[in-house]
Design a protein around this ligand. Sequence first.
Ligand code: PEP
Ligand code: MG
Length: 326
Amino acid sequence: RQKIYRELRDKPSCTRDGQDVSLYMNAGLAVDLPQLAQSGAEGIGLFRTELQFMVASTFPRAEAQERLYREVLEAADGKPVTFRTIDIGGDKVLPYFKGPQQEENPALGWRAIRLTLDRPGLLRTQIRALLKAAGGRELRLMLPMVTEVSEIQQARAIIDREVRHLSRFAHLLPTELKIGAMIEVPSLLWQLDELMEAVDFVSVGSNDLFQFVTATDRGNTRIADRFDPLSVPFMRILRQIVRAGDAADTPVTLCGELAGRPVSAMALLGIGFRAISMAPASIGPVKAMLTELPLDKLQAVMDEALANHSAKTNIRQTLRQFAATH
Ligand code: PEP
Ligand code: MG
């Protein structure tokens, strides 16, 4: 199989009926970078910048941040990289950084963009390091755990200020700056039109979105298999996001674990996703699936399954049957 994946690596990422699909990889540390060439990914769809903070024993200094970001962009060699601003809090704790109190519900607590908007010094340092590292190149920034569109505007004000600061000191700036948001908190589903207008791209964080939509702790093994992301309600939500993106001409990707399993990746393509990001090891298996996929037919099957929801609907089984007969 490894041999098959290697041979697939340099083939176009395209379905049997000729539709292009972009496969990106998730990463977070310098050790992940060789995977970019090995996997054949089109770029890094999610760079989890908090990992550098989590493996350190104190806050990484601005220089260390800038050095890592530069190394990532150099390794990517012109392929797009989406840097997510630090997503700490929740299940990602920094031993050297204590919140003001123990939280009863850390997943719903002071985390990600909530924390960085309250501690703008942290965000400013990171943004400045990113802007400097990406001088002369495109920079893609993504904000985690956005709940209200206004948070994007607040972050944008901080980003703009750093851009002005660097240009005042004649630093080489990124050639292009794209700002995106993760869709992880359900409240965004009722602000999709405004959200799509406010950003250059969105990426669905299906791990957190599923956790919050189904009220199911993502780390609790007791309930891990209780609800299926390949269920009609969750698929309808994801399809609604794709449609809102298409209507506004805002690119939509998905970078949660769902993208990395061939059957669920199939479901995502069947509801309209054309770009997904996953662990590097998943790229081979997902690409093997999609090059065999008659996507038009699958789309009809998904439409039908999502239109006629009953207790008997089982998307996972439907997809397995589809794969077996095609
Ligand atoms: C997600 O929530 O799906 C996601 C990609 O972010 P993380 O897994 O890092 O929370
Ligand atoms: Mg998340």
